[in-house]
Design a protein around this ligand. Structure first.
Ligand SMILES: Cc1cc2nc3c(=O)[nH]c(=O)nc-3n(C[C@H](O)[C@H](O)[C@H](O)COP(=O)(O)OP(=O)(O)OC[C@H]3O[C@@H](n4cnc5c(N)ncnc54)[C@H](O)[C@@H]3O)c2cc1C
Length: 323
């Protein structure tokens, strides 16, 4: 962590993507002292632009976050680079604070925490796939469907959402091939749906992607057959980045849709640990940038209200002591 200006804050925001920076902006404008500690690896970093974001359509991810950092700093928030490795409670009852530790061994205290660390996309283990991620290998048609419209698209089945994904991407192209890969073959009902929508089904495990001149050209099966494709939709397992919260007793749990693990919270991002909120992909794997930013803002408002209640209680205690 590089030079935080104080060692104690109203709120430490862990993770400075859309959710964390939006929360920090709200809190700083609420005149709270705020420190954002950010690892600098937003989930959409490989993508050329952020799509589906009103008013900022197509902005490069790094530019969006740079603007967000500048906006939060304008109101006094501190934003530093660092990786949080541990968080624990210090003190007891109403006067408990949090102590946050970073990878370089520095600590900072906070009255409240906002966790906005996002998630890791665990990609299917297919040769050449990782290198194309966020380019012509994608997962979210609302993010990149327009960019691959009318192309020859493949869908690599690798989880419970495969049928949903293949029927969805059909909205963007008439040329869709469904690779069953490691999934079971489609049921009778599913096969009928695929046939009715003109989606070709290719059974057998996919071994590798074919790439020429930095473009996806095909999908190679284990038996050597190559199917020409220009884009491939995959379903990564999504894992909340929340290991550093175990000292607080907070652990990710299986997502009900079977798509990975997430941090379960109440509406508004309140976790089961008093004083700790969470927002963005760490609690909602399907949230896009706009929804993540909105969640960060909503959590920030709840955190500020909680601090106002505490400030009032402390003020009343002090007031009574003078009478
Ligand atoms: C390839 C791709 C393309 C996408 N395209 C779009 C799109 O076009 N439009 C759209 O709306 N959405 C898109 N998304 C979704 C988008 O990435 C997410 O909605 C968004 O990133 C969620 O924001 P977040 O703040 O929750 O998490 P993130 O943006 O992932 O930010 C989390 C931050 O926390 C940091 N962090 C993690 N752990 C720690 C730690 N221990 N200590 C400190 N910092 C930590 C990370 O380094 C990161 O900077 C795309 C996703 C992918 C994978």
């Amino acid at each position: 962590m590089t030079d935080p200006l104080m060692d104690s804050y109203d709120v430490v925001v862990i993770g400075g993507g859309a959710a964390g920076l939006s929360g920090a902006l709200m809190l700083a404008r609420a005149r709270r002292s705020v420190l954002v500690i950010d690892g600098g690896e937003p989930r959409n970093a490989p993508a050329a632009g952020v799509h589906g974001l009103l008013g900022l359509e197509g902005t490069p991810p790094a530019e969006l976050l740079e603007r967000g950092r500048a906006e939060a700093r304008r109101y006094g928030a501190h934003v530093v680079t660092g990786e949080v490795t541990d968080a624990k409670r210090e003190g007891h009852g109403d006067n408990a604070d949090f102590e946050v530790t970073t990878a370089d061994g520095r600590t900072v205290r906070a009255r409240r925490l906002l966790v906005a660390t996002g998630l890791t996309d665990e990609l299917p283990d297919v040769a050449g796939l990782r290198e194309r991620w966020g380019r012509d290998v994608l997962h979210c048609p609302y993010c990149h469907g327009w960019e691959v419209r009318d192309q020859a698209i493949g869908v690599l089945a690798s989880g419970p959402m495969a049928m949903h994904q293949v029927l969805l991407i059909r909205q963007w192209s008439e040329d869709v091939t469904f690779f069953t890969h490691t999934n079971p073959e489609p049921s009778e009902e599913e096969a009928e749906q695929l046939a009715a929508r003109g989606i070709r089904v290719v059974t057998g495990e996919v071994a590798a992607l074919e790439v020429k001149e930095d473009r996806l050209t095909g999908v190679r099966l284990a038996d050597g057959m190559v199917v020409d494709r220009e884009a491939l939709v995959v379903g990564p397992r999504m894992a909340a980045r929340a290991g550093f919260l175990s000292g607080l007793g907070l652990r990710p749990t299986e997502h009900p849709a079977g798509i990975g693990v997430y941090l379960a919270t109440e509406a508004g991002g309140r976790t089961e640990v008093p004083g700790v909120w969470a927002a963005g992909n760490v609690i909602d794997p399907s949230a896009q940038v706009g929804a993540s930013a909105a969640a960060g803002a909503a959590s920030a408002a709840q955190i500020n209200a909680d601090l106002v209640a505490e400030d009032t209680r402390l003020a009343v205690e002090a007031y009574r002591a003078t009478r």
